[in-house]
Write a new protein. Sequence first.
Length: 153
Amino acid sequence: MAGIIPHHRAAIEMAELELERGQNADIRTHAENIIANQQHQIDQFTRWLDEWYGLTPEEAMEQAPREAQREMATMERETQEDMAKLEQVPAGAEFDVEFVRMMIPHHSAGIIEFLEPQSRAPHAELRVAAATGIINQEAEIADFRTWLGALDR
């Protein structure tokens, strides 16, 4: 949960930029859904960390294995680089395209993160939340790929 929370926060930041700069109604709706769904999971995971383990997300991250901490640090750097690139893209249709292109690998990484808790979490609620996260992100990736494919025609 500690690793997924910052990943979701990054997706929310990207989606907020889409709402500020994007123009395509369908992509903006996806951005709104990303914000709502991922904020819900952030709140849920934060609550569960406290209820189940008496930890904040930051404390949980400090207790995570070193390998997980290194992976999260790498992901944080990559996210900041992506955000810097995205902030340079002009508003409008070009922004929509770049947002979608960046969200596909971001969601793909999120799906990978969810695989372990889906299969190994001791709490059924977390397994269900992980499965829901995978389903939501797979659906968005499919929609984004379809949308990009239609642009190429």
